[in-house]
Write a protein that binds this ligand. Sequence first.
Ligand SMILES: C[S@@+](CC[C@H](N)C(=O)[O-])C[C@H]1O[C@@H](n2cnc3c(N)ncnc32)[C@H](O)[C@@H]1O
Length: 334
Amino acid sequence: MVRCLKVPLDRGEEIRSELRQKGMLDLSHTIVRDGDHLLIPIVGEAAYQGLEVKDRDLPPIPRKETDYRKLTKIPDELIGSLPSSFDVIGDVAIMKLDEPLFPHAEDIADALMEANGRLRSVALDQGVKGEFRVRDLKLLRGETDLSSIHTEYGVVMEVDPSLAYFNPRLSRERMRVAELVREGEVVVDMFAGVGPFPLMICRHSKPAHVFAIDMNPDAVELMKSNILRNRLDDRITAINDDARDAMRSLPELDRVIMNLPHISEEFIFHALHKLKAGGMIHLYKIIERDDLVSFQNRIISIAESSGRNVDIDGIQELKTYSPTMSVYCFDIRC
Ligand SMILES: C[S@@+](CC[C@H](N)C(=O)[O-])C[C@H]1O[C@@H](n2cnc3c(N)ncnc32)[C@H](O)[C@@H]1O
């Protein structure tokens, strides 16, 4: 027997959502109709809003398996190699697989879609390639159009991982940087992609203006539509150009974001040239964990050769890249 509240039909949704918010809804049993009332299962003994309480035999809600690894039909010896996590961009999942799993990739994608009802497509990530850093994706299941709407910290973005770089795992880092921006700052993102840093900064802080540069025309098209979607067209300027050229025509800057992790440091000169004294660079870099100190010294000497003094204010280790390498953010104060 399950304890239920007898609720008039026209108040069903209102009471159900109130019970859910208060943690009083029994999520393991089905709500059933009883004439012109609903019987809503509750946890505990408490009555609610003077509604009649009844004990009834309600059907249990079958539990859906949410761990895709338990739904795959691959040989047992390979199960341990299945990735425990994967990226979800909007309603598209992107997964990396070890080579022995390649012949089973479609079956794995089926399991992923079965376990995650909101997925529209699953693609295999074959690495980030080329100057535009776009992922080489192989569609495994679902629709071929991989563009979708992705939301992070209240910012709504159209993202298409087959056309432009986007990494959902950097959302917390974007928020960290956004929270550092003070009112009235002029900011540039030299490698802005579809615009997640500029959008997050304007959504959560009050810069005077953010310039967002990217060389990939598809990324800039998506960024422009994202700026409009978030009604930030008076505060962000999207520029489709090589950052080295675009930086020349910008005003003096308080903050520069440099997220091109294989070669960011090659562009430091262009950032330092425009940075105000006291300004900050957030430089993203993939390096060997053992090379942290030598990389800091390298930044300092590149700055000195440009006639600027810099201090490393902080270093964040953002994610593992390989057994010996990680992606870091260096906060460089000029
Ligand atoms: C790693 S992605 C970062 C995108 C974005 N900051 C993000 O977090 O999603 C690097 C971006 O830099 C762009 N890029 C590469 N070289 C560039 C250059 N010389 N000038 C401007 N953009 C460049 C690529 O097209 C790519 O979108």
